[in-house]
Design a protein around this ligand. Structure first.
Ligand code: PBG
Length: 321
């Protein structure tokens, strides 16, 4: 076996899995203001950026040959229903128009995350009603609002809409809302299998979207389940999803592999905030070699079957690659 491992040229020739910058999607957190670049304390090297700074990020991403951007928004104000999510003058809608007006965006796929949690005062991904036992995150009323949000984001210029809320039936509703608006060319990237994960912790600081009470376990999946993940994917595809996203990535690579073996649609893996933060923390202490560990973590996701990867390392990895 060692004959083919002797030189870098030989290793390169027989390498089974390739990683290219075009397979990487870079998440951006858009905030109000101008000239704002505020570092997220639990995610060194990741920033909340205002729209003008987001345009600069897009230019850099395009220069590096990255595949695209995934946009999240931090609205000026929040309310019970998350009205900011479908406001045509909302923060992500505004960013999308600015990005579309810039030539760099032609080289990038602009993906808009569709969810209510960044826009609701309570931080849940849907409408909350009080019940005797506590509270309930309503399904169908939330789904309707998600349809509105997706249509608004697509009108503003999103090339793809990506629902991350985990309400049932939202893909069908979003497809319907898009088609009704004449947006039948906009694809849906569904976060089909999204687990209730501790690894989203730093994101909730970045997007200011931590639930004010309770948790997300009644809508996001139980981390122990792989068969259920396959059912989620099957349902989303049946409702009209064009591509799927698996999340988190590293603790769920078996789920990525199972999905790859079963479904022939384009699939991404999301290396989430906590995965990034723990690697960064180890780098900062000199416990891991940054470049090698970063690339190894991404190659593992590709090897498990992901076609593309959403990662906060996208720019750093793009430079290395
Ligand atoms: C919104 C959303 C979340 C993430 C992506 N979209 C947060 C959550 O579900 O709590 C997590 C991304 C990350 O941790 O990097 N629903």
């Amino acid at each position: 076996m060692r004959r083919l491992r002797r030189t870098e040229a030989l290793r390169n020739l027989v390498r089974e899995t390739r990683l290219t910058p075009g397979q990487l999607i870079y998440p951006l957190f858009i905030c109000p203001g101008e000239g704002v670049r505020k570092e997220i304390s639990s995610m060194p090297g990741v920033f909340n950026v205002s729209v003008d700074e987001a345009v600069k990020e897009a230019e850099e991403a395009a220069r590096l040959g990255l595949g695209g951007l995934l946009l999240f928004g931090l609205p000026e104000s929040k309310d019970e229903e998350g009205t900011g999510a479908w406001d045509d003058e909302g923060i992500v809608q505004t960013a999308l128009r600015a990005l579309k007006a810039n030539a760099a965006s032609k080289k990038l796929v602009l993906i808009a995350d569709v969810c209510l949690c960044e826009y609701t005062s309570h931080g849940h991904c849907g409408i909350v009603t009080k019940t005797e036992e506590g509270f309930e995150v309503e399904n169908d009323s939330s789904v309707e609002l998600l349809g509105r949000a997706a249509a608004s984001l697509a009108r503003a210029g999103a090339d793809i809409v990506a629902p991350s809320d985990m309400m049932d039936g939202r893909v069908a509703e979003i497809r319907h809302a898009l088609d009704e608006d004449g947006l039948e060319q906009t694809p849906i990237l569904s976060y089909a299998a999204k687990f209730a994960s501790a690894f989203y912790g730093p994101f909730r600081e970045a997007a200011d979207s931590a639930p004010q009470f309770g948790d997300r376990k009644t809508y996001q999946m139980d981390g122990a389940n792989v068969r259920e993940a396959l059912r989620e994917i099957e349902l989303d595809l049946g409702e009209g999803a064009d591509m799927i996203l698996m999340k988190p990535a590293m603790p769920y690579l078996d789920v990525v592999r199972a999905a790859r073996d079963r479904f022939d649609v384009p699939m991404g893996a999301y290396q989430v905030s906590g995965e990034y933060s723990m690697l960064k923390a180890a780098f900062a202490r000199g416990w891991l070699e940054p470049e090698r560990a970063m690339i190894e973590s991404l190659v593992g996701m590709r090897r498990a079957g992901a076609d593309f990867i959403v990662t906060y390392f996208a720019k750093e990895a793009g430079k290395v690659l």
